[in-house]
Design a protein around this ligand. Structure first.
Ligand code: MG
Length: 167
């Protein structure tokens, strides 16, 4: 068995009136995340974690924010692209642990919805996805409501027995 770990991080600025999308779920809030795409920090961090685990660089290399094609993009595209690369190398997701840093809104009621949606995107059981939410303790860019951030770690595995992945 070959196992790989990957780490992802993302920060986006908060902007009044934009939709707040976390892990593909739209959350009722006065502010959303600014960005070239839909600003979904959860799917961006998770995409980077998967790309990191397979040694495939990062989201900015694959989907440059200078390219108009990704403007307003549903971040599902990014995670699906990373998953396709991962599957092409014969890996599957073991589990992922995700921390969302947000002073507001309280994400407690939304964590389960986010977890279930991320699990569906990854095609794994919900117990293989864990979502944590942390405030910024009212300090720093998170605590001052200027931004939200997300960290994701992912573990991948592949069974090398009887398979040829070109290695
Ligand atoms: Mg991003």
């Amino acid at each position: 068995m070959d196992i790989r770990v990957g780490l992802g991080h993302d920060t986006h600025r908060l902007e009044e009136g934009r939709p707040l999308i976390l892990g593909g779920i739209t959350i009722e809030h006065s502010h959303g995340l600014a960005g070239h795409s839909d600003g979904d920090i959860v799917l961006h961090a998770l995409t980077d974690a998967i790309l990191g685990a397979i040694g495939a660089g990062d989201i900015g290399e694959l989907y440059p924010d200078t390219e108009a094609i990704w403007k307003g993009a549903d971040s599902r595209i990014f995670i699906e692209g990373a998953l396709a690369r991962m599957q092409g190398l014969g890996y599957e997701v073991v589990n992922t642990d995700i921390i969302i840093h947000a002073q507001r809104p309280k994400l407690g009621p939304d964590k389960e919805r986010i977890r279930d949606h991320v699990a569906a995107l990854l095609a794994v059981e919900p117990d293989r996805v864990n979502i944590k939410a942390k405030t910024g303790e009212k300090v720093g860019h998170i605590g001052r409501l200027e931004a939200m951030a997300c960290q994701a770690v992912v573990l991948l595995q592949r069974d090398l027995r009887g398979r040829d992945h070109g290695f």
